[in-house]
Ligand binder design. Structure first.
Ligand SMILES: Cc1ncc(C[n+]2csc(CCOP(=O)(O)OP(=O)(O)O)c2C)c(N)n1
Length: 724
């Protein structure tokens, strides 16, 4: 047996500075880094005191002990570069914000703190205290900080949740050939999450300008990294994704700066993503000011050892030894940082003791529900039409309509990209929804790896960075694989970041119920998406509506999910001749048949089925009013049209193919009952498929799914007021 030893080709190096290396830093740059470190340290301790005084609501995850990692790495970036962070990100946020606000030439040794520098610290503190003067109006607080102007795309309370978003931001920079890069900071706890691995993979395969920057402080709450993974040096993981990696000690400020510079230079020169692992230590427990040893997961000796080595001791000492800064200058820097923080505390609180929150800074009463979605101002000038507005029509296959309108956007708007599994294969998707587009737009219609959390999150990051991605999720059930990105991130980002970001993202997914695909490929996810009001939900029942609603979605600054039913894909529909640019309004239902006995609401393919059942109903003496809801998210559902119909009929039945638990019928019925109680003379009724996963067996699947006979019988009973 021949055994060939294989070697990994990527660089994997440990950087350690020696006494002379510090001289590579200019005195000003060294002073800036040290000033940031002092500022972070003073700021975090001020937060802990404010927490004790009950001026901060929620946890305070300080970065005491990790100051140098943020300060030295961020000072190696350029102004336009972007960062994302985790729940522990005050240090990165302050460093990036201050390096943006303060001029490169600002010399902390000589110059006074300019007003906008002080203001930045006030606004950071205000945000963490949940005040209106914060960067996100107090919505985000400590764990969801965002300051786009300074390049902080967002910090994230879901461990690893921000990493795919960083990949999306890097994707946007790459598409724009901007020469800028993104740094995603996270802790050691993140590297065992799928979102981390999926992002590494995407960054590797698409050579994204991204630095994965791990602050390895050894513990995720009280669990040591060695308890969580067999990989001791976490940067070893970079090899698996063809990334170069560097290891530095978090107390070696010069090495941190140099590592970041090395990675950034290589990326700007066209290299792919890099990985940096900084070993560091958090002084206190996970949150608050108690030492970790008090909880028994680490020893006092370990903590003392850290304190002897910590960067806030080592770096000033090295600067003094190198005769770069005098004791007096060091003391002045520290005092300047302390004054700046004190000023921020004074401007957000009333002097104590104990200190109290300045009540005039609380966000306005009554604003809690504001900003979950866009105001709609971006659609204000859109002229909406209906099919009846067009005289000249031609027939078009539903899936061709999807491809045609998507192609139209790719043609007209460079910000549009199409991402998904197989969207660029077979000439345009597994089911033809992108037919012809990969050939025309090879750089913007991209096959993704099978990596839903990764590419959905990447879509979000790209959308937050000015692109308009169209992301296909091959089967709706796979939404659950990307659930964090879809529901914790996309659905909440606008509100969580205080309305500071748009999310112009379209997600398309093809419902494949009734094909024998079984329990994991047959979901209608309407009820799932409807749980999150950040999502707009569209379920077109024909090609005309598809094109018009897609155009509205692409003009909207909100995320919109398109539920496309597979039975419609090969059907032909009338569409306007040579017009792919018209818009159909969100939130406008369509009455497709009038009737006085019962109001029947549905959407997507069910609309077609109901229309086909209308003659049978008529034979049984029922005049049903059929309404195609078209838009299904509750904030923009067209209750008015339904109410108008109920005034006539007095009875509502919602008909959905979705499984009971994933349908919207009961919730719809509850709202309708409350709003239109006076019109109703029977309870609202929700008709759905059984509340079970579909089976592969043909007979069992048919048994689970709503059949025509049940629909007709139910509507007859409803018309006769015999439904309970
Ligand atoms: C997905 C997820 N699981 C669990 C948590 C709860 N949690 C918050 S922080 C944290 C530890 C994270 O450790 P690490 O990534 O090493 O960062 P550090 O706190 O050390 O900075 C945990 C478990 C969470 N926020 N998100």
């Amino acid at each position: 047996m021949n055994r060939e030893k294989l070697v990994v080709e990527q660089r994997w190096e440990r950087l350690r500075s020696d006494a002379d290396d510090i001289k590579q830093l200019s005195v000003r740059r060294a002073a800036q880094i040290l000033f940031d470190m002092y500022l972070i340290n003073e700021f975090e301790h001020a937060l802990l005191r404010l927490k004790t005084d009950d001026c901060i609501w929620g946890p305070v995850h300080t970065s005491v002990g990790q100051e140098a990692v943020a300060a030295a790495s961020i000072r190696a970036l350029q102004r336009g570069d972007k960062i994302t962070g985790s729940h522990r990100a005050h240090h990165q946020f302050l460093s990036k914000t201050m390096s943006h606000v303060l001029d490169e030439e600002w010399d902390p040794l000589e110059d006074d703190m300019p007003a906008d520098g002080s203001e930045a610290v006030v606004r950071t503190l205000g945000e963490i205290m949940g005040l209106a003067n914060g960067y996100c109006g107090g919505r985000g607080g400590s764990m969801h900080l965002r300051n786009l102007e300074a390049g902080v795309l967002g910090t994230n309370a879901i461990v690893a949740g921000g990493i795919p978003i960083a990949a999306g931001a890097a994707f946007a920079e790459k598409q724009a050939a901007s020469g800028r890069l993104v740094v995603s900071y996270f802790g050691d706890g993140a590297v065992n999450q799928g979102a981390f691995h999926e992002s590494c993979n995407l960054a590797g395969v698409w050579k994204l300008p991204l630095i994965f920057f791990i602050e390895n402080n050894l513990y995720a709450v009280g669990t040591h990294s060695d308890e969580a993974t067999a990989v001791h040096l976490l940067s070893q993981r970079a090899n698996a994704y063809s990334m170069n990696a560097l290891i530095v000690d978090g107390s070696d400020t010069v090495a941190i700066h140099e590592a970041t510079r090395t990675a950034a230079d290589d990326i700007r020169g066209g290299g792919g993503p890099w990985f940096i692992e900084a070993f560091c230590y958090r002084k206190y427990h996970h949150a608050g000011d108690t030492p970790g040893s008090a909880f028994g997961y680490r020893s006092k000796e370990e903590e003392q050892q850290f304190e002897q080595n910590e960067a806030l001791r080592a770096f000033p000492e090295a600067l003094r030894n190198a005769a770069m800064l005098s004791d007096q200058q060091l003391a002045r820097l520290k005092q300047k940082a302390a004054d700046c923080v004190q000023q921020a505390v004074d401007s957000c609180t009333n002097a104590g003791p104990p200190r109290t929150v300045r009540s005039d800074l609380w966000p306005a009463a009554g604003s809690a529900a504001e900003g979950v979605r866009s105001s709609g101002a971006e659609l204000a000038d859109v002229h909406y039409v209906e099919a009846s507005d067009f005289e000249a029509t031609t027939s078009m296959v539903f899936s061709d309509a999807i491809a045609a309108v998507t192609g139209r956007w790719l043609e007209n708007d460079q910000r549009v990209v199409v991402l998904g599994e197989e969207v660029a294969s077979f000439g345009g998707g597994a089911y033809g929804a992108t037919r012809g587009l990969p050939q025309r737009f090879p750089d913007r219609v991209l096959n993704t790896p099978i990596s839903e959390a990764g590419f959905v999150g990447l879509g979000l990051g790209a959308a937050m960075s000015g692109m308009r991605p169209v992301v296909e999720i091959m089967f709706p059930d796979f939404s659950l694989v990307a659930a964090d990105q879809l529901f914790n991130q996309i659905a909440k980002a606008r509100h969580m970041y205080g309305g500071t970001t748009d999310i112009p993202l379209v997600v398309r997914t093809r419902i494949a119920t009734g094909c024998g695909y079984g329990g994991q490929h047959s979901m209608d996810p309407v009820g799932l998406f409807a749980l999150f009001p950040g999502w707009r939900i569209v379920a077109p029942s024909n090609a005309f509506d598809y094109i018009g609603l897609f155009n509205s979605a692409m003009c909207s600054n909100d995320p919109v999910v398109f539920l496309e039913h597979h039975t419609l894909y090969k059907n032909r529909y009338e569409v306007p001749v040579s017009d792919l640019d018209y818009c159909v309004a969100f939130g406008k239902a369509r009455v497709i048949q009038s009737g006085g006995d019962v109001t029947v609401v549905s959407y997507g393919a069910m609309t077609e089925r109901l229309r086909a059942l209308a003659p049978t109903l008529q034979q049984r003496g029922v005049a049903a009013e059929l309404i195609d809801l078209r838009t299904l998210d509750f904030p923009s559902l067209d209750f008015a049209t339904v109410g108008e119909s109920l005034r006539k009929t007095g009875s509502l039945v919602s008909v959905e193919e979705a499984a009971g638990g994933q349908s919207i019928g009961n919730r719809l019925g509850a709202i309708i009952s409350a709003r239109y109680f006076d019109y109703l003379d029977a309870p609202c009724y929700s008709l759905t498929s059984l509340d079970v996963p579909n089976s592969v067996s043909r007979v069992l699947e048919a048994e689970a799914m709503l059949d025509d006979e049940t629909i007709v019988d139910t509507l007859v009973k409803a018309a006769e007021r015999r439904l309970l």
